[in-house]
Design a protein around this ligand. Structure first.
Ligand code: GLP
Length: 241
């Protein structure tokens, strides 16, 4: 497997070999890797070389280290297309995962100036503020804070937001969600986000902000989501015209 006469660096050969084992399913998410020392002895290479391969695989999201416990195969990232305007519930279902929510809070509050301007309503107009942990197969993926005008989207309840907000808007209210503007930026988890997402404070996360509209331009929601960067990646297809 390792060819010392090859011009390809040894750490890279080992890295590719481990990747292959993961892709073939011979190493599964959660499996622990043999210690660096064992790899080094088995292949007659230095521990530094093994460490270099492991570090590279950690940086690429294939492996993760737990201090004092070892190096483990990471969960596969969920690939999320950026073309369609979909809900979390739809995204998870289309991947064969079971969507879930942990409702952190559900409040009717007067809009602050910022929220009012995002939703094109007046300051102090009633707004639903919904904080949810979004789960896939019961694992936390994101923390999401939605603001929705209560005069536009009527009758939201805890029960509804424990399911799908988009489904309620479209299927129960018969309104059509039409377009959205979304930004994605990288950040690090604060202690509260880390607690909700089961990661350490300071771990990388992706901040996603979405403003969603009806066809006539009326804002439907203003949402801030914090996604685990180790579980999610975004994909976009581009055409050169
Ligand atoms: C995604 C979007 C949110 C949207 C949510 C609706 O997570 N980032 O902006 O509010 O989907 O999801 P659901 O219909 O499952 O409640």
């Amino acid at each position: 497997m390792i060819n010392k006469n090859s011009p390809i660096p040894i750490y890279y050969q080992l890295e590719e070999h481990i990747k292959e084992l993961i892709e073939k399913g011979e190493l599964k998410p959660g499996d622990v890797l043999p210690p660096e020392r064992e790899y080094a002895e088995k292949h007659q290479i230095s521990r530094m070389t093994v460490r270099q391969a492991f570090t590279q695989l950690v940086n690429e999201g294939y492996l993760h280290r737990i201090q004092g416990k070892g190096t483990f195969v990471a969960e596969r990232k969920i690939e999320q297309g950026l073309q369609g305007l979909t809900s979390f519930t739809e995204d998870m279902k289309s991947r064969g995962l079971t969507p879930g929510n942990e409702l952190l809070s559900f409040k009717l509050i007067p809009a602050t100036l910022t929220i009012a301007s995002q939703l094109s309503i007046k300051e102090y107009d009633p707004v639903y503020e919904i904080k949810r942990i979004r789960l896939a197969d019961q694992l936390p993926m994101a923390v999401e804070v939605n603001h929705i005008s209560a005069n536009l989207i009527k009758g939201l309840t805890e029960q509804i937001v424990n399911q799908s907000i988009y489904h309620y808007i479209e299927e129960s209210l018969g309104m059509r969600i039409h377009h959205a503007a979304q930004t994605i930026e990288s950040s690090i988890a604060n202690s509260l986000e880390a607690k909700h997402l089961h990661i350490s404070t300071g771990s990388p996360v992706m901040l996603i902000q979405r403003n969603t509209f009806l066809k006539n331009g009326t804002p439907v929601e203003f949402v801030k989501s914090t996604y685990r960067a180790d579980r999610y990646k975004f994909m976009i297809t581009m055409n050169r015209s």
